[in-house]
Design a protein around this ligand. Structure first.
Ligand code: BEZ
Ligand code: FE
Length: 295
C-alpha cells in the first residue's frame, strides 16, 4: 500500500500524550474526566522529564506489584506509600481546610480500626499492660465561640510503649490502646493511657526499601490519634504530638503541625492533679482542647 493512503498517526511522544487525552474527551462524569486528563498530562510530563528508560519502567511495575501483594486487612502498604510521598498530607490539606481557630487535621494513617470499644470518662485504653509511663490526656471539645460541646465523640488510638499498634503485635490484646470516649456535660474528656513514644512506620516492605534507597528514616514523632466528631460540626482527624520529641522536624509522613504539639507534663508527687485523677505518681498529663468548625 502506498503511504499516501495511510492516515496520519501519532508518532512523537507529544502526539501520544495528545491522543491519550483525546480518548478521555467523552467521559460522562466531568470530575472523572478532569482527573484522568490531568493525571495523564502530569504522568507523561514526568516520563519525558526524567526520560524514563524501559528497565526503570519494569522496576516501577515490580515495586507497585510488591506494594499490592503486601496489602491485607492488617497491612496497607499503599497508604504507607502515599504517606511517605507526602500525598496523604497534601490531600488532607486540600480537602480538610478549616477556618482559623479550628483544630487542624493531619494524616489518618493505616492503623485506625473500626469498632473500638466505648469507654467511660477517664477509662483506660491499655487493655494489656505495657511498660509505658502512665499518661492522662484531657481537655475540652469546643465550638468556634469557645462554647463546650457535650456528647462529642473522640475515637482514640495509639501505639503501645514498644512502638507497635495492636494489629502489628499478635501478643497484644485485640483493640489494645483504642477506645471511643464522649465528652461530659461541660465538654470535657479524660483518657487514661501510656505516654506515646516515637516509632518506626513498617519498613519491611517495598516502602521501607524506597526509604532505605533514598537515605530516609522511617520514624514518626510520638503522638496520640484522635477523630473528634459531634452532630452539626465538621469531624476532625488529627493527632496530638509530644512537644519534646526529636522527630517533630523529620516525621516520615509529614504530619506535624505546630498547633497539634502539646506538652506532656511529668508529675512525680501526689499533687492536686494526682488527687483529682486518682493517679499514682509518676505519670504525665497532656491537656489539649479540640475546636470544631460548624458543618
Ligand atoms: C500512624 O500514625 O499510625 C501512621 C501514619 C502514617 C503511616 C504509618 C503510621
Ligand atoms: Fe500513629
Amino acid at each position: 500500500m502506498s503511504t499516501a493512503a495511510l492516515k496520519p498517526r501519532p508518532t512523537t511522544e507529544d502526539d501520544i500524550t495528545a491522543e491519550v487525552l483525546r480518548r478521555f474527551d467523552n467521559t460522562q462524569d466531568p470530575r472523572l474526566k478532569q482527573i484522568m486528563q490531568s493525571l495523564v498530562t502530569h504522568v507523561h510530563a514526568f516520563l519525558k522529564d526524567v526520560q524514563l528508560q524501559e528497565h526503570e519502567w519494569w522496576k516501577g511495575i515490580d515495586f507497585l506489584t510488591k506494594t499490592g501483594h503486601m496489602c491485607d486487612d492488617k497491612r496497607q502498604e499503599f497508604i504507607l506509600l502515599s504517606d511517605t510521598l507526602g500525598i496523604s498530607m497534601v490531600t488532607d490539606l486540600i480537602s480538610n481546610r478549616k477556618p482559623a481557630g479550628a483544630t487542624e487535621s493531619t494524616v489518618f494513617g493505616p492503623f485506625h480500626r473500626a469498632g473500638a470499644p466505648e469507654k467511660e470518662y477517664g477509662a483506660d485504653i491499655v487493655a494489656k499492660d505495657n511498660a509505658g509511663t502512665m499518661a492522662y490526656c484531657f481537655g475540652r471539645v469546643l465550638d468556634m465561640n469557645g462554647k463546650p460541646i457535650a456528647g462529642a465523640a473522640l475515637d482514640v488510638w495509639q501505639a503501645a510503649a514498644d512502638g507497635l499498634y495492636d494489629v502489628q503485635d499478635t501478643t497484644l490484646e485485640n483493640m489494645n490502646m483504642r477506645g471511643i470516649f464522649h465528652t461530659d456535660k461541660d465538654g470535657r474528656y479524660l483518657v487514661k493511657t501510656t505516654r506515646p513514644v516515637p516509632y518506626q512506620i513498617p519498613f519491611d516492605g517495598p516502602v521501607g526499601q524506597m526509604l532505605t534507597a533514598t537515605n530516609r528514616h522511617p520514624w514518626r514523632p510520638a503522638h496520640v490519634h484522635f477523630v473528634v466528631s459531634a452532630p452539626g460540626y465538621q469531624k476532625v482527624t488529627t493527632h496530638v504530638f509530644d512537644s519534646i520529641d526529636k522527630y517533630l522536624d523529620g516525621d516520615a509522613v509529614f504530619g506535624v503541625k505546630n498547633s497539634l504539639i502539646a506538652e506532656f507534663k511529668m508529675h512525680d508527687t501526689k499533687d492536686d492533679i494526682a488527687r483529682q485523677f486518682g493517679a499514682e505518681p509518676p505519670f504525665v498529663t497532656c491537656e489539649f482542647d479540640f475546636v470544631l468548625a460548624p458543618e
